[in-house]
Design a protein around this ligand. Structure first.
Ligand code: G4P
Length: 287
């Protein structure tokens, strides 16, 4: 087992280009909506974003909230609120929570709307840039919110081809992120959390190592979920032994009755990703 395998650090070079592209677009947009994965709100964002967007009004969508622990999602909403940022829990797969989005944009941009009104610029749509690291559900969100009126706005002065503008309605337009906003692998936890959720491929990771880490987190924080799913009430000290317990519980054994820990590891990750272990959040806001 190679522990260094979770020490990922990809793509730093690409970020310079994305940063430049985002900062260029700031001139023509009114607000930034940042999509994060509600199960890992810290790891599923690029922490440099705040610096990139400066004073632009900022809304956070805690997406995939259907898979997250709702009590912790509420804590994230309060955390953001105390930092002056509106955060909304959403589920872009079903559309739940998305009806709050437009009103939140209007609330955040109330001053701007007043200015438009005073200048007689009635009907000027608000423009919002959507950003998020891969796999947080950016496309799902855009598809859901744009819905049937999915119409790309093109040939606008200052807007070059290839930019993805979408019309929500006459009052609101969305711009998909120019470039790709990568996560920032500041420490190994970020890479691990992204791998647990499937946001980064685990083909290059040691899945037994990864799933033992996940299992230990679940034993500490979500023992009831494990009990319900696997009917195991007591775990052991040693992570590998716990993986063996799971394997045996599921009848995953190889010749000689030895636990098939590789299969058990894949099973645990798959069940976590498909929410079969229940709604689980791995990151809580700092108090
Ligand atoms: P991206 O553009 O940010 O890269 O993400 P994308 O929308 O492609 O979504 C990545 C995966 O996450 C997709 O699953 C998508 O269905 C799922 N997803 C997005 N938002 C939500 C959400 O709020 N809740 C849940 N439960 N899932 C969400 P996939 O397995 O790649 O594809 P599929 O399941 O749609 O076939």
């Amino acid at each position: 087992m190679n522990e260094n395998k979770t020490n990922i650090n990809w793509f730093p070079g690409h970020m310079a280009k994305t940063k430049r592209q985002i900062s260029e677009k700031l001139k023509i947009i009114d607000a930034v909506v940042e999509i994060v994965d509600a199960r890992i709100p810290q790891s599923s964002r690029n922490p440099d974003l705040n610096e990139m967007i400066g004073n632009k009004p900022h809304i956070v969508l805690l997406n995939k909230s259907d898979m997250a622990d709702s009590s912790i999602t509420e804590k994230w909403v309060s955390y953001y609120k105390s930092n002056g940022i509106f955060a909304i829990p959403v589920d872009s797969k079903s559309g739940k929570g998305l009806n709050a989005f437009k009103d939140t944009v209007k609330t955040v941009l109330a001053e701007k709307l007043n200015q438009y009104r005073e200048k007689g610029m009635v009907g000027k749509p608000l423009r919002v840039m959507v950003v998020g690291i891969p796999n947080v559900g950016k496309s799902s969100f855009i598809n859901k919110i744009v819905g049937n009126s999915r119409a790309k706005v093109e040939n606008r002065p200052g807007v070059t081809r290839g930019n993805q503008w979408f019309t929500v309605d006459r009052e609101l337009e969305l711009l998909d992120t120019p470039g790709v906003l990568w996560p920032k692998f500041q420490d190994e936890t970020v890479g691990e959390h992204l791998a647990f959720t499937g946001a980064v491929t685990d083909r290059i990771l040691d899945i037994e190592f990864l799933s033992m880490k996940l299992l230990q987190i679940l034993i500490e924080n979500y023992p009831k979920n494990l009990e319900e799913r696997f009917k195991i009430t007591e775990f052991l000290e040693e992570p590998y032994e716990n993986l063996c317990l799971l394997a045996k519980k599921r009848g995953m054994v190889i010749r000689g009755g030895e636990a098939d820990t590789e299969r058990a590891a894949a099973m645990l990750l798959e069940e976590f990703r498909n929410c079969k272990l229940g709604r689980i959040t791995l990151e809580v806001p700092n108090a």
